[in-house]
Design a protein around this ligand. Structure first.
Ligand code: ADP
Ligand code: MG
Length: 289
């Protein structure tokens, strides 16, 4: 005799209406300018401000966010690309509760994915059933398809520069390709390893002058400077983010200030008609439930 107990309420069949996510890609052209430190510390500082933040290691061939944060991932994006696991299996919790999506280091095929596979990686995030406020993407050096696609797929590109001729010319080259080939029309700039706030500002002015003169249709915005700081180096040695290891240090304070500024941005939340992170959440926004 079947029980006549009322059935438990059914789970809704449609996914919950998840809010749009702010997305920003940290890039810079040149290696060693501080992209990984800026992205990791920015993501952690944003988490500390109460923003649910995910940090994606998109330096697919030479991934090192896990090393910087002292994490030991069980799965990485390489397993996801090989079909061995789902995105949910790759996500782990890092310092302060930041969600980390690690990639693998030394897997050459990951550094040589096809453009369609880069687009596929961006689209995988559409299926994520988690409430998030922010996604911070750490990109590789260079102006390869992976860098360009991840920057284009984010709402904002944050270019990290330091006061070296090669850093400035590489940042300029990257901004030019992003503008001309990928239609990116605004770029945020962080000056890193500066010896004074004036040096950071002068560096930004120099970069924005050449961009205005030779590229034209791109606007730059100065997000701030991070000083050259021995505490940051020590934190790297200890495999900890400086904003947590030495929160009172000059670099940690500067990174926290950049996070506060970033948290205040108003994002453009309309789809732009190309491969984009969390585009489904943007499309659903305002649609009838
Ligand atoms: N603000 C800073 N002060 C001192 N050293 C820094 C700073 N930013 C970066 N570095 C040094 O530069 C190295 C490379 O930084 P990283 O973030 O890995 O660069 P990228 O990701 O651009 O290759 C770090 O390990 C650290 O030693
Ligand atoms: Mg890096």
């Amino acid at each position: 005799m079947p029980s006549l107990e009322p059935l438990p309420p059914m789970q809704p069949l449609v996914p919950p209406s998840l809010k749009p996510v702010r997305t920003l890609a940290v890039t810079g052209g040149k290696g060693g300018v501080g992209k990984t430190n800026v992205s990791a510390n920015l993501a952690i500082a944003l988490t500390e401000l109460g923003q649910r933040t995910m940090l994606l290691d998109a330096d697919l061939g030479l991934a090192n966010i896990d090393v910087l944060l002292g994490l030991s991932p069980r799965h990485t994006l390489a397993d996801l690309v090989a079909g061995r696991c789902e995105l949910e299996d790759v996500i782990l919790e890092g310092p302060g509760g930041v969600l980390v999506v690690p990639a693998a280091s030394g897997r050459r095929h990951m550094a040589e994915l096809h453009p369609a596979e880069h687009a596929g990686l961006v689209n995988v995030f559409n299926d994520l059933q988690r409430e998030l406020d922010m996604l911070v993407i750490d990109t590789a050096a260079g102006i390869t398809d992976s860098v360009l696609t991840f920057c284009q797929a984010a709402q904002d590109a944050v270019v990290v520069v330091c006061d070296e001729p090669a850093s400035i010319t590489d940042a300029y080259a990257l901004i030019k390709v992003l503008a001309r080939e990928r239609g990116v029309d605004r770029v945020q700039v962080v000056a890193n390893m500066v010896r004074s706030p004036q040096e950071g500002r002068a560096l930004y002015d120099k970069l924005s002058r050449v961009c205005e003169r030779f590229i034209g249709d791109v606007s730059l915005n100065y997000l701030g400077a991070v000083p050259q700081c021995d505490w940051l180096r020590m934190a790297v040695q200890r495999q900890q983010p400086v904003v947590r290891a030495y929160p009172g240090s000059p670099s940690a304070r500067a990174l926290a200030e950049i996070a506060r500024r970033t948290a205040r941005w108003q994002a453009p939340m309309a789809p732009r008609g190309h491969v984009e992170f969390f585009v489904d959440r943007m499309l659903r926004q305002g649609a009838p439930a």
